[in-house]
Each structure stands twice: as structure tokens, then as C-alpha cells.
Design a protein around this ligand. Structure first.
Ligand code: DX5
Ligand code: ZN
Length: 209
């Protein structure tokens, strides 16, 4: 599986968002857009209107940490999302919501919180382009990686050799090798890249890790 680095734009300078993203673009395979509703998680970030203002050729990977994701799928698709991830814990009708994402022309992904077993998505797995394994509790950047979630990555990689498996939370040069070894091929990194004095070097370290 191709390795992809997806900087999380949670820590982007929103006052100069497009300039900042242009600096990150040369070493980014996707931009990971963390969408939080202050309800599913205890934090509030950006919605579709902000995503629509992003000017970049880098594909936008929208991670919806929101309740009732079905209400917003169309908005994010129209705002230019390449891929839309909904949470298994938040979706009321997972199969229908995944189909909605596909019908809107986007790649479809489902995220699992650290405690949520893979069983929760066994029925819909064949429909998915990507699974996101959360390696922190969603809501905030800068938290410590939870290694126990790697068991889920291993199981998924064994059973779905061609699936994109994304890992999100606490990824740095120490944890990236563990995630890769378990089978993750899409690495989201927030603080490790954005808080680094040399973001390009940090991204390269994740690639080489
Ligand atoms: C957490 C978000 C992450 C976050 C990762 O809820 O889903 O994408 O930005 O940040 P780091 O890499 O700092 O853990
Ligand atoms: Zn995320």
C-alpha cells in the first residue's frame, strides 16, 4: 500500500490559511480537516464554508467528528472534500450514510474511537475506501498515542490487504514506525508537523520512519 502523509490542519494559522497550506502542500499527500461540533466531541472547529475557501490541489480528507453526519455530507462534498470520514459511534444508519458519501462523489471512510471494536463496522467494511483508527480520544491535538489500537490495525490489514488504513492521534517519529508495522498506510499528523520548526523535515521523518 502506498504510504500517505496527511497533515492535520487543526493547528493551521486560519488567518492565513491558504498561504500556510501552500507551505505544507509540497510534502502533503492529503490535508486532514478535523471537523468538530462541540457535541460528539468537546471541541468546536470548522464547517463546510471554511473548507470551501481552501484553495489547494492537495486532496481534502474531511474527518467529521460530529453527530448526525448524514445532515452534512452533501455540504462537505460540495465544499470540495475528496474523502469524507464519519464516526461509527455517531452515525445512525452507517450503511446509508456511507452510500450517501459515495453518491456525493467522495471516497468513503469510517472512523473508530479507541474503545470501539472493529466488529461495529464488519457489515459495511466491503463498502469502504478507508478505515480511520483513532489512536487518541477525538477532540484535541497533542495527546499521547494509545498503542492498544494497533491490534485493530493489524486485524484490518490481515483481512483487507488493499484497504487504506489511516491512523490519527499522537503520530510522531516514535509512533509512526509502530503504526506502519501494524499495517497503517495513511498517517495523520497534527502537532508533530505543524508545531515543528521544520515541517518538511518532520514529514520526511514520518515517511522514512
Ligand atoms: C483529534 C484529531 C486529530 C488531531 C491529531 O481529535 O482527529 O486529527 O489533529 O493531532 P496530533 O497529531 O497532534 O495528535
Ligand atoms: Zn482527525
Amino acid at each position: 500500500m502506498d504510504l500517505k502523509i496527511a497533515p492535520s490542519i487543526l493547528g493551521v494559522d486560519y488567518g492565513r490559511m491558504n498561504e500556510h497550506l501552500a507551505e505544507l502542500a509540497p510534502f502533503s499527500d492529503m490535508f486532514h480537516v478535523d471537523v468538530m461540533d462541540g457535541n460528539f466531541v468537546d471541541n468546536l472547529t470548522v464547517g463546510a464554508p471554511v473548507v470551501a475557501r481552501i484553495k489547494t490541489k492537495v486532496p481534502l480528507d474531511c474527518h467529521l467528528m460530529i453527530n448526525n453526519p448524514h445532515k452534512f455530507i452533501k455540504d462537505f462534498a460540495e465544499a470540495g472534500a475528496y474523502s469524507i470520514t464519519i464516526h461509527a459511534e455517531a452515525s445512525l444508519h452507517l450503511g446509508d450514510d456511507i452510500q450517501k458519501i459515495k453518491d456525493a462523489g467522495c471516497r468513503a471512510a469510517v472512523a473508530l474511537n479507541p474503545e470501539t471494536p472493529v466488529d461495529k463496522i464488519s457489515k459495511v467494511l466491503p463498502m469502504l475506501d478507508m478505515v480511520l483508527i483513532m489512536s487518541v480520544h477525538p477532540g484535541f491535538g497533542g495527546q499521547a498515542f494509545i498503542p492498544e489500537v494497533l491490534e485493530k490495525v493489524k486485524w484490518l490489514r490481515e483481512h483487507y490487504p488493499n484497504l487504506d488504513i489511516q491512523i490519527d492521534g499522537g503520530i510522531n517519529d516514535q509512533t509512526a514506525p509502530l503504526a506502519k508495522k501494524a499495517g497503517a498506510n495513511v498517517l495523520v499528523a497534527g502537532s508533530y508537523i505543524l508545531k515543528n520548526k521544520n515541517p518538511a523535515g518532520a514529514a520526511q521523518k514520518l515517511r522514512d520512519a
